[in-house]
Ligand binder design. Structure first.
Ligand code: T1G
Length: 676
């Protein structure tokens, strides 16, 4: 095949034949890699002077999996399993030389090699479950023959990689190589292997106790709720314990095909690329230079300010944290330390790491101490006047080139920027609570925000472990703007006959971590309340008048015990019934389908408007926001992806019937039978 990229070459070291894969950026097993492997191994096996074979990769990593971009397309090149089986059947010993990440089909390729040598920094895993799949090239059948049923079951169902050290302990790696001498060490091991001969994994016995599979299922029932792949993975490992190898392969192939053809894997593979796409800023000048961020200032040591601060300290970036009152500053710093100590108690940090992180924190009562910061993030009271006054002061204090960011969750970033003489250096960095846990970061670009400022904020967001998404200035940006389109109809449905737990249950069954009313209780029903119990104009007023403020005081739409377990509240439901009757609204039966159409379809409509207005770069960014900011079930791909599965025409028809103004973009796509 003349047009085939040469992504597999070979070299000789005496009687050892070295097969070298080079398919940037991650040496994915694209069709031309499979063809190259097939050709090179055939060459090595046909050459009598070759006594052993090493398989290694150039670039950053060993093979990191099948080429996900090929999925769903017409198959090209040799079959994955055929290539791997031919390696396993080699009549000469084959040694895999592993660095970087041997993942998915990459690890499966290493499993068909007879021996494995790895550098200590390497990681080995089968993350297919995170794509809604399973290791479809024999991984579920070969892992139990090398590491045993327990470890294999954990690996395939959790998708987390093993360190090379751990892999060596469990027999997945036969020898740890020098960090800088993998090629040579692998060849040396291959020479030793000549005497040992081939060791086909398929011929090795399955070891371990199959009972672990049921234990894993019960231990992860909550986490795996709604997901198909974890259970399919475990079914394959279980099959390995009772079927001959080739029967087990057939079982695996059947389960793999079911997952591959299902919507869950399509959604999770979509999200894999969507998350990476979100990091890209369309139209960014090629020569943009990031600004250096070596010191950060955070204004506000409350829940948000403290959580934001922790993100930077954890990455070794010093933070000056500001409060106006000593007591609040001390409390804020205390909470940061307490959170780190709690994580240390769970083994996440060593005590000396906690001290090192706290050593990077400079508490202060003076804004002047922010003068040397490269990035200043305010997380103060959500009030425009307060923020504008503060940004005016920062403008005079911050050094030239410092980025000034607001953590506002919905206010107009352009108006905040107008309080400074440097609007190009101003943007929003909207963290989600708890800020040291939630991965989503909405980076809100103002009209004047400079490209390098935007790119720097996106880059620092990634550096502190966030999934950053560019949002435009509008009320609520992307996530909260769509959230409000869910809450409004949810509240209306209470007035039509539904109850909080019925509506929430629909959302829980859909796969959301909590429903609209659980979320309201978490946020607090008294936010923005006028504090006059005699003035009852809205249902929220009625709840607040009754002292029902939400989780914070143990009662809201639900009742909460001291462990925050919620129960349906007769008092809350009575307040709803009373408010409905006083509003002369008749109670009627509300169905699950109606709840979906009334509370989720409007979110899709709002997402389409956000796209039309250019407040999100792409539909997949909106989905990333909802997966990482609100726990939308990744097996449904995000609201915009899910809308395509639901059918845009069906959604538009329902919105029309509800009398909701339909986004022209949504309607146009529906009419063309498109999805987002
Ligand atoms: N196929 C195609 N492209 C891939 C890819 C893959 N497997 N992995 C990464 N890329 C692209 C990615 O989209 C990005 O592209 C670039 O490489 C750098 O990735 C039969 C069925 C290896 C840990 O799930 O976990 O094997 O944005 O930004 O942070 O049983 O990539 O530059 O254009 O993530 O250094 C199983 C997925 C596949 C591993 C590197 N394997 N990849 O992280 O870089 S299914 C996986 C990763 C399978 C078999 C089954 C990570 C990484 P662009 P990156 P990184």
């Amino acid at each position: 095949m003349s047009d085939m990229p040469q992504s597999v070459t070979s070299a000789r070291d005496g009687e050892v034949y070295v097969v070298i894969v080079n398919n940037p950026p991650v040496n994915a097993l694209s069709w031309h890699v499979r063809q190259g492997l097939s050709d090179k191994f055939a060459e090595a096996l046909a050459d009598d002077s070759v006594k052993a074979i090493v398989l290694r990769c150039d670039g950053a990593t060993f093979i990191a999996g099948a080429d996900i971009t090929e999925f769903g397309k017409a198959p090209q090149g040799p079959d994955f399993n055929a290539v791997l089986n031919s390696i396993e059947q080699a009549t000469k010993p084959v040694v895999a030389a592993i660095h970087g990440t041997a993942l998915g089909g990459g690890l499966e390729t290493a499993l068909v090699c007879h021996y494995r040598v790895a550098v200590p920094s390497a990681k080995l895993g089968v993350p297919e479950v995170k794509l809604g799949l399973l290791p479809g090239a024999g991984g579920t059948q070969r892992l139990p023959r090398i590491v045993g049923v327990e470890m294999a079951a954990e690996m395939v169902s959790g998708g987390e990689p093993l360190s090379a050290k751990k892999a060596a302990e469990v027999g997945l790696v036969d020898r740890l190589a020098g960090e800088d001498s993998l090629a040579a060490d692998a060849i040396a091991f291959a020479r030793e292997a000549i005497a040992m001969g081939p060791r086909p994994t398929r011929d090795r016995p399955v070891t371990g106790d199959v009972a672990v599979i049921e234990k894993l299922k019960s231990a992860n029932a909550r986490k795996w709720k709604g997901f198909d792949a974890p259970y399919a993975n475990l079914a394959c490992v279980e099959a390995a314990t009772r079927l001959p190898f080739d029967e087990g392969l057939k079982f695996e192939r059947t389960e793999f095909t079911k997952l591959m053809s299902g919507s869950q894997s399509a959604a999770q593979r979509y999200m894999f690329f969507a998350e990476r796409q979100a990091a890209k800023i369309d139209g960014l000048p090629k020569d943009v230079q990031l600004r250096g961020i070596s010191k950060v200032g955070v204004i506000g040591a409350g829940t948000m300010g403290g959580g934001i601060t922790m993100n930077f300290l954890q990455k070794g970036i010093p933070v000056t944290i500001i409060e106006m009152v000593q007591e609040n500053l001390d409390r804020g710093v205390g909470v940061i330390r307490k959170n780190y100590e709690a994580s240390a108690a769970k083994g996440r940090f060593k005590p000396e790491q906690v001290e090192a992180m706290m050593g990077l924190l400079t508490p202060s009562l003076s804004l002047e101490d922010l003068a040397d910061c490269d990035l200043i993030i305010e997380a103060v009271y959500e009030n425009m006047d307060v923020k504008k006054e503060l940004f005016g002061k920062l403008d005079a204090i911050a050094k030239p080139g410092a980025i000034l960011a607001s953590n506002t969750s919905y206010l107009d970033v352009n108006e905040i920027a107008s309080a400074t003489k440097r609007p190009a250096d101003v943007l929003g960095m909207h963290f989600f609570s708890p800020a040291n846990v939630m991965k989503l970061l909405e980076v809100v670009r103002g009209d004047a925000t400079a490209p390098d400022v935007l790119a720097t904020a996106m880059a620092i967001g990634k550096k502190i472990g966030k999934v950053a998404v560019v949002a435009g200035v509008c009320h609520g940006f992307i996530g909260n703007r769509m959230l409000s389109q869910r809450q409004i109809p949810a509240n209306a449905l209470l007035m039509e006959g539904a109850l909080p737990d019925q509506i929430d249950q629909v959302h829980l069954d859909f796969g959301m971590p909590m429903g609209p009313f659980q979320m309201s209780d978490l946020a607090g029903l008294d936010i923005g309340w006028h504090r006059d119990p005699s003035r009852i104009e809205t249902l929220r007023d009625a709840f607040c008048a009754a002292g029902r403020f939400g989780q914070k005081n143990g009662k809201g739409f639900y009742d909460y015990d001291e462990r925050r377990n919620r129960t349906v509240s007769a008092e809350a439901n009575a307040i709803i019934e009373d408010f409905r009757s006083k509003s002369n609204l008749a109670k009627r039966e509300v169905t699950t389908q109606e709840i979906i159409e009334r509370t989720i379809y409007p979110m899709v409509n709002e997402g389409a408007k956000i796209l039309e207005e250019g407040k999100a770069q792409r539909a997949s960014d909106i989905d990333v926001v909802w997966i990482y900011g609100y726990g939308w079930p990744v097996y449904r791909g995000g609201p915009m992806f899910w809308a395509g599965l639901e059918g845009l025409g069906k959604i538009v028809a329902s919105l029309d019937a509800q009398g909701i103004e339909v986004s022209p973009l949504l309607r146009a796509k529906a009419e063309k039978g498109e999805s987002f």
